[in-house]
Design a protein around this ligand. Structure first.
Ligand SMILES: N[C@H](CCC[C@H](N)C(=O)O)C(=O)O
Length: 298
C-alpha cells in the first residue's frame, strides 16, 4: 500500500469533484485508482483535481485533472472553484495562480464565498480544438445527428477552452433532447480526434442561456464550467447574446464574462461535502471523521 493522501469530496453546482492533496510527494494518482474511486457510490466523481507542488515559476500549484474514466482533462472550471475553496480554507489566502495542462490560470475567492476563475482565452481555429478536417468558420460546422433530412441536432459551434467543446443550439427546452443517446456518438465522432465535450444550449435572453453537457470521459453531468464558457463565447460570437451571460446548467447558474482582453471569467459557488484519505495507487479510501468537522482537506 502506498502512502495515503488526503482528499475532500466537493461539488461545483453538482459537478462531482474530488480535490486530492498530492503536494510534497513524487507520485501521481493512477488511472486504476481513479476508476476504483469512480465506481464507489460514496466517492463517485466527475473529475479528480490533484493538487501537486508547482512546476512553473510564479505559480502556486500544479493541478492535474482526471476524468471518471481515468483520462486526463486540460480544463475543469467547476473543479478549479472547489480547489480554490479548499486552499482558501487551508491557507487564508484568496488568490491563487495554478498551472494545468491548459496553461496558467488565476482564480480568486470573493468575500461572499463565490469564486471566479480566469479560464484564459478561447480558441476557435479548427486545428486548435482540434477537428479532423479543415473548417474555415467554426461558428457553425457540418455535423448532424438524426435523419439526414430532419436532423435532431446539427451545425454546432465549436471552441477550445483548453479542452474541446461542441455546442448545439436548440429552440426547444434542453431537457426535451435525449443527450444521453446522442452524447456518446458525438463525443467519439471522427471529426473530434481528441473526442469532445458535447453540449446543447438554448438562448433564453440576450444575456442568458440554459445548457446541458455530455462530458468527454464522464457522461451526463449536473454542471460543466468549461462548457458554460464555451457556450457563452460561441453565443456572443454568433450574435446570439452579449458578452456577459448567465449560463444555467442543471446544477444552477454560472456567471460568464468574456472580457475585452479576450479572457473568459467564470464565477460560481463551490461546496464542501466530506474529507478522507486514499491510496493514490489503488483508490482504497477511508472517511476522515476528524477532518470532516473542518472545511479543508486535512
Ligand atoms: N467538469 C469540467 C469539465 C471537464 C471536461 C472533461 N470532461 C474533458 O475531458 O475535457 C468543468 O467544469 O469544466
Amino acid at each position: 500500500m502506498g502512502e495515503q493522501a488526503a482528499f475532500a469530496r466537493m461539488n461545483g453546482l453538482g459537478n462531482e469533484i474530488i480535490v486530492a492533496d498530492m503536494r510534497g510527494r513524487g507520485d501521481r494518482i493512477a488511472p486504476a485508482a481513479a476508476i476504483a474511486l469512480a465506481r464507489d457510490p460514496a466517492t463517485k466523481f466527475d473529475q479528480i483535481m490533484a493538487i501537486h507542488d508547482p512546476k512553473a515559476s510564479g505559480t502556486d500549484y500544479y493541478v492535474e485533472i482526471i476524468n471518471r474514466d481515468g483520462s486526463l482533462a486540460q480544463a475543469c472550471g467547476n473543479g478549479m472553484r472547489c480547489v480554490v475553496q479548499a486552499l482558501a480554507a487551508e491557507t487564508g489566502r484568496d488568490r491563487f495562480t495554478f498551472e494545468t495542462l491548459a496553461g496558467i490560470l488565476t482564480a480568486e475567492e470573493h468575500a461572499d464565498g463565490l469564486i471566479s476563475v480566469d479560464m484564459g482565452k478561447p480558441r476557435f481555429g479548427w486545428q486548435e480544438i482540434p477537428l479532423a478536417e479543415e473548417f474555415a468558420d467554426t461558428r457553425r460546422i457540418e455535423l448532424q445527428v438524426g435523419p439526414i433530412d430532419a436532423p435532431v441536432l446539427h451545425s454546432p459551434s465549436v471552441a477550445s477552452m483548453g479542452n474541446p467543446h461542441a455546442i448545439f443550439w436548440v429552440d426547444r427546452d434542453v431537457w426535451s433532447y435525449e443527450l444521453e443517446k446522442f452524447g456518446p456518438l458525438l463525443e467519439n465522432h471522427p471529426i473530434f480526434p481528441e473526442r469532445a465535450n458535447v453540449s446543447i444550449a438554448q438562448v433564453t435572453a440576450d444575456n442568458a442561456l440554459t445548457l446541458r453537457t455530455w462530458e468527454r470521459g464522464v457522461g451526463l453531468t449536473r454542471a460543466c464550467g468549461s462548457a458554460a464558457c464555451a457556450a457563452a463565447v460561441n453565443a456572443a460570437r454568433t450574435g446570439r447574446t452579449g458578452r456577459n451571460v448567465t449560463v444555467t446548467v442543471p446544477g444552477g447558474p454560472l456567471q460568464i464574462e468574456w472580457r475585452g482582453d479576450d479572457h473568459v471569467i467564470m464565477t460560481g459557488p463551490a461546496e464542501w461535502e466530506f474529507a478522507g484519505s486514499f491510496d493514490p495507487a489503488t483508490g482504497t479510501w477511508t472517511r476522515d471523521a476528524a477532518a470532516s468537522l473542518e472545511r479543508g482537506m486535512a
